[in-house]
Write a new protein. Structure first.
Length: 404
């Protein structure tokens, strides 16, 4: 009977899942999918490893599905489709590990209480990430569960890279730069030695360009600096988040525009970025396909901001050997990759246009010329596989400990 690890990525209105078969020490994807629109129009869909649909259910417009109902549905689906498989543990994506959790951890009631305390640092994500862990622990107390943190990879940054120039009365509350997208960066760091050994050893900036977007400066595969800071709204312009902003703008919104904290949160997280600037869409594909001037300007600003922040990451690294593109836009948009490389040509990046055009189809490759001083790469990320690897390692260790 094959052992299986389930990976859950739970948000406020959706739960994404991936199930991995363990074959020897290898993890192979067997099933993936999601329940989305939990409180508006719940919809479940699942696929097998070949991408063939294996399950689907809609609850209808206006229906409400609690996280616990969604997990019950998912559990029943996986049991129904899991003949010959035995679930040995669940790995969870948890946005914030704070200063304490710098590695993945087996969860317990005490650990969950500590993670609850970090909710003020990530109020939009942390409670939803933790909820499924408690739901599963209640129903299946013996099943090991592992929390993996988006902040943990950045724990290697020097204190100076993490500090804000604020008084201690504020910073003593944990107000500092943490950085996010850590599971994506950790996966890329783990893939680099095989794909691009020099980039693995050298000074590399990884550009995670999805709906959320950030850059990570890595030296020898370790995080040295990143564009996201205290929250996942800092740094680059994103789908609907503004990125780097003069804090004086927040005071202006409060004092002059009569906005309260929740109004401002809505603007910063949901009404800004590509959506806010274009007034059309937060989806890069829609903007690239649009002939409207506002769409063009939003894409121009998106690329310009990456170029500016790339300079900052390069300064933190004292030079640049390689740049890696990943996540939705980074993996699939040859146009954005080309434009970012053009904006960064002064670093010594020389794009190979045909390699760049083919990279999306090939799912990972070098896209710079052989003579380019700084190499450029496309590497598809796989945060869920990273979580499954961590979960497997901790579960193995727990089993070995119990056997001794
Ligand atoms: P998330 O951060 O939610 O995981 P993704 O990594 O899937 O999101 O990235 C979503 C973004 O990727 C969207 O802006 C989408 O338009 C963009 N994207 C996906 N495919 C393409 C493509 N072929 N060309 C341009 N943008 C793309």
């Amino acid at each position: 009977m094959a052992d299986v690890i389930l990976v859950l990525n739970a948000g406020s209105s959706s739960i994404k899942f991936r199930a991995f078969d363990i074959e020897g020490a290898q993890l192979a994807l067997v099933s993936h999918g999601q329940v989305e629109g939990l409180f508006t129009a719940p919809h479940f869909v699942a696929y097998n490893a070949k991408g063939e649909k294996t399950g689907e259910k809609s609850w209808g417009e206006g229906a409400k599905l609690e996280h616990s109902d969604a997990i019950a549905h998912l559990g029943a689906f996986l049991r129904g489709h899991g003949a010959g498989h035995r679930l040995i543990g669940v790995g969870h994506r948890v946005v914030h590990g704070g200063a304490h959790f710098t590695k993945p951890v087996l969860t317990s009631p005490e650990v969950l209480d500590q993670l609850d305390k970090l909710t003020p640092l990530a109020p939009l994500h942390q409670p939803h990430n933790i909820k499924p862990i408690r739901i599963i622990a209640e129903r299946n107390p013996g099943l090991p569960q592992v929390a993996c943190f988006d902040t943990a990879f950045h724990a290697t940054q020097a204190p100076i890279a993490q500090a804000f120039a604020l008084p201690e009365s504020i910073t003593k509350n944990g107000v500092r730069r943490y950085g996010f997208h850590g599971l994506s960066y950790e996966y890329i760091a783990s893939a680099l030695p095989d794909i691009a050994p020099e980039a693995a050893r050298g000074r590399t900036v990884v550009a995670h360009l999805g709906n959320g977007a950030s850059l990570c400066a890595m030296r020898a595969g370790k995080s040295v600096a990143s564009t996201m800071g205290f929250t996942a709204v800092d740094g680059l312009m994103m789908g609907t988040r503004c990125g780097n902003l003069d804090p004086g703008v927040l005071l202006y919104m409060l004092d002059e525009l009569g906005m309260n904290a929740r109004d401002i949160e809505d603007v910063l997280y949901r009404q800004s970025g590509l959506l806010g600037v274009s007034g059309i869409s937060g989806d890069m594909r829609a903007l690239l396909a649009s002939s409207e001037e506002r769409a063009r300007f939003a894409v121009d600003l998106y690329v310009y901001r990456i170029g500016r922040e790339l300079g900052s990451m390069g300064a933190a690294l004292q030079g640049l050997d390689a740049i890696v593109f990943t996540a939705g836009i980074g993996e699939h948009s040859k146009e954005i990759r080309q434009r970012v490389c053009e904006a960064a040509a002064w670093w010594g990046i020389e794009l190979d246009a045909s390699a760049n055009a083919d990279a999306s189809a090939n799912g990972g490759a070098r896209i710079s010329t052989a003579s380019s001083k700084v190499s450029a790469w496309v590497i598809p990320t796989n945060e869920e596989l990273m979580i499954a690897r961590h979960a497997l390692a901790l579960i193995d260790r727990q089993r070995k400990g119990a056997a001794e």
